[in-house]
Design a protein around this ligand. Structure first.
Ligand code: PMP
Length: 366
């Protein structure tokens, strides 16, 4: 072996797509305050999950995880066949796998904006041909323009319903129309926030061959740190997604906890009701304060703060509450998002919001 002190110049280049794709860096530092910034469950997963975690053994940690038993349980729980279900390392991985399975560099993908930025990242890892269909000022789903953006080259269409960061929803009828308009493309409906809305396309995978639905256990179930999500689709379609996934993509702790989290429907219903009631309180509170907001069907509300958006986020941080500035999202100039959690956290969030708006001298016209 020749050892040299010379610094060799890096000549290795990634794929062109990797050079050009955007990066996603959520503001993760020092999230020790009340977390109303990432749309997480603000409280806890089911107590049964906490009990299950006590059963972790040293030997258990030495073993590679087995995904299939949990997949069978999840399939039964949701009235599906195991072949229609793939568990993933959160929906983030699901998006990645779907793009890897279906997109060639010359293909096109269509997304709605503003929406979840990981769609941009994963699509552009495979192809530069990303068509973004922007909402108008109403932030509602632009159905006509969305349908018009679908071409013969469209291979993937992604719609989050409820959408993030707006909380807007797309009706089942409109989603079915999209699936029909693009039979040569996969329609991915991201139902990460389904539990706070209640309408789903999950069972439509039995009759719509190009539909894929994604669900996360990060939000209502409170398992964001375990990283577990689910992809559901026609068994033939799912074969390709499964093929590009590692057999060990989901850790065994998450796989062990999933069945008990699914079983505890009472806890899930309780948490979702906390959010529904809290969401009404927040929207009413914003109304009283004169803060314009987008009516939400998710566990967050997007507020129109205007030019003082940064000041508000800094001021409320000093009160021990984190909010997410969404001003950089297309069409969201001046918008700040607040997560809705359990009653106590909603109360704290609202009080801190009121005090912070006062401190920064915010007024409805500012
Ligand atoms: N989809 C949407 C619309 C989201 O907002 C998020 C998380 N912010 C995700 C997917 C990612 O979820 P997971 O934690 O399962 O990766």
């Amino acid at each position: 072996m020749i050892v040299t002190d010379e610094v060799t110049k890096m000549t290795v280049k990634p794929r062109k797509a990797v050079l050009e794709m955007p990066e996603y860096h959520p503001p993760l530092a020092e999230r020790t305050a009340l977390r109303l910034d990432f749309n997480e469950n603000t409280f806890s997963p089911s107590p049964r999950v906490m009990e299950k975690l006590k059963e972790i053994t040293a030997e258990g940690l030495t073993k590679y995880p087995e995904r299939e038993p949990a997949e069978r349980i999840a399939a039964k729980h949701f009235g599906l066949e195991p072949e229609q279900v793939l568990l993933t390392n959160g929906v983030d991985e699901a998006i990645h796998l779907i793009c890897a399975a279906f997109l060639e560099p010359e293909d096109e993908a269509v997304v709605w904006v503003p929406s979840f930025f990981m769609y941009d990242v994963s699509v552009q890892m495979m192809t530069p041909n990303l068509r973004r269909v922007q909402s108008d000022a109403s932030l509602e789903f632009p159905l006509e323009r969305f349908l018009a953006a679908i071409t013969e080259r469209t291979k993937l269409v992604i719609v989050a319903s409820p959408n993030n960061p707006t909380g807007a929803v797309v009706s089942r009828e409109h989603l079915l129309a999209i699936a029909k308009a693009a039979p040569h493309a996969v329609l991915m409906v991201d139902e990460a926030y389904y539990h706070f809305f209640g309408e789903s396309m999950l069972t439509d995978v039995k009759t719509v061959p190009n539909l894929i639905v994604t669900r996360t256990f990060s939000k209502a179930y409170g398992l964001a740190n375990l990283r577990i999500g689910m992809v559901v689709g026609d068994a033939e379609l799912m074969k390709f997604v499964r093929k590009v996934s590692s057999p060990y993509n989901v850790n065994g702790v998450a796989l062990d906890c999933l069945p008990v989290a699914l079983e505890d429907e009472k806890y899930l219903a309780w948490y979702c009701e906390q959010v529904r009631v809290g969401r009404e309180r927040v929207m009413a509170g914003l109304g009283e304060l004169g803060v314009p907001f987008f009516p939400s069907h998710a566990n967050f509300v997007l507020m129109d703060i205007g030019p003082k958006h940064k000041e508000l986020v800094a001021a409320i941080r000093a009160h021990g509450v984190l909010l997410r500035d969404r001003s950089n999202d297309p069409g969201c100039e001046g918008y700040v998002r607040i997560t809705i959690g359990v009653e106590e956290h909603v109360t704290k969030g609202l009080e801190a919001l009121k005090a912070s708006l006062q401190e920064i001298g915010w007024s409805a016209k500012a």
